[in-house]
Design a protein. Sequence first.
Length: 198
Amino acid sequence: MRTFRPQDAAHVYAHPRPELARLTDKGLLHRVAPGYYIVVPQEQVGRHWLPGLEAAAAGVASTIYGADHIALMGVSAARILRAIPRALATAVVAVPRAHRPIKLADRDATVRFVQRDTDALDLERIETSLGAALVTSPEQTVLDLARRPLLGNAEHEVPAAITHLYRRCDPERLEQLAKPQRLVSALRRAEKWAGAQR
């Protein structure tokens, strides 16, 4: 996802950090967080360019765990699925192993990592400004939002996001996902929220 760390460039540069700083000054790289760089798209070189928060979070997480082992979830999935219109200050990524939050250097925002078995989640591959990223499906996102509505500091957005996404969900699929993940009570909560706002 166009994102890398200085150690990833060690096979190209004997001393990567000064080289990456030089390329950042030239506008070819964007320093998204301490120790994380994004290759600026060719058409954006020379302009003030800022990747979307969710794409940047997926890029950072993919450099740590690999793109096939991370997924945007919760409020970040809701943003990508267009169920939360406003920009947020926290991105949430499902990852296979625990990691401390990463504060971004290019804006007042944080990437939060949630340890989950990403292979057990219902995922879709969606294009972002930095390339394709795995994102929880509408059904999985509804269950995750209902289970942890405070995760991501956007609890006021969650009921409307659940209602919006619930309309796109397959009720059978919701049940199929909820049982093995022990999210049946979260599903019932989501159904209440969606029913109350119809």
